[in-house]
Design a protein around this ligand. Sequence first.
Ligand code: A3P
Length: 319
Amino acid sequence: MKDLPRGLLIKARIWRALFPLRWVLSAQLWVIGRVVQGCSVALFGIHVAIDFVRLMCLDYTARPDDVFLVTYPRSGTTWLQMIMYQLTTDGSMDFQHIAEVCPWFERVAMNRRNLDAMPSPRIFKSHLPHIWIPKRRCRYIYVARNGMDVAVSFYGFHKSHLRYRGTFEQFFNRFMRGWVVWGSWFYHVSRWWRYRNQPNVLFLKYEDMIADLEGCVRRIIALCELDVAEERMPEILRRCSFEFMKEHEEKFDFATEVMLEKGFTPDTFIRGGRVGDGADRLDDEQTARFQSKYKRCVAGIGLTFEDAADASTGDAHGK
Ligand code: A3P
């Protein structure tokens, strides 16, 4: 510290002398921060509980052909959604996100989706533990996956989608205690396992779906009493393959679902990459306003831009 220039040395000494005060202030701010956070979590909890009760009691009227696809997260939920979508429709991929055709039941309370307007059979995705799932005369398909694989996959998801900054070890400790979203994997799978022999429940394993997708699909068809033409089967299996779903990943990604809920259209970030869109889109008045300001502010320094006509003779992407 002695090597520092005199000015900096004085500042450093003052800063060090203020340490007790800084410590008290920062401790108080920490407490205030926790109190504010606690209040907001509690309020959020109340809000979620109210929404949830509203959904269960008011907004959801069961139909006998409703199907709930239930899993602990990262156990093959989206895969199951795609299988059910392929089995119950012509399978065309002209949806923006799978949630459009197979909504997430718990989120319906948040995104105000009108469940009664959905055509039958309605397919819902859910992560609810058995105790919370609406128990009606509909069908339930549960997929369980090896918990160690779930932990690894869930960690990846936390990092990529939930801004988790901890190490895998820290995440794994939380996972083992059930201190993660959706709670304990052990509790979730073991509770659902108890009901596996009920006639309206099909309990599948992710590993069995990997080993024999067709066999599992046929069990789903049998449970839901679906009428699927035999000649469609190869195409259904192709569309439910990992490769096909990976190719259409944006239609299954949770980030896309959240963006669509908020009214964004996520497919327009890499939009058209064309020179001349502005000239086509702006009307005469807007073009004149732009040109006038451009002449005043930019043209004088010699910075000019190609217009669409010039660009059409060259490479529009400037390569
Ligand atoms: P990994 O993270 O191990 O790759 P969920 O939809 O419940 O979040 O589950 C996600 C997991 O299911 C991911 O596992 C994902 O790769 C896997 N998955 C999704 N579609 C699949 C498919 N068609 N075949 C095999 N696994 C699939």
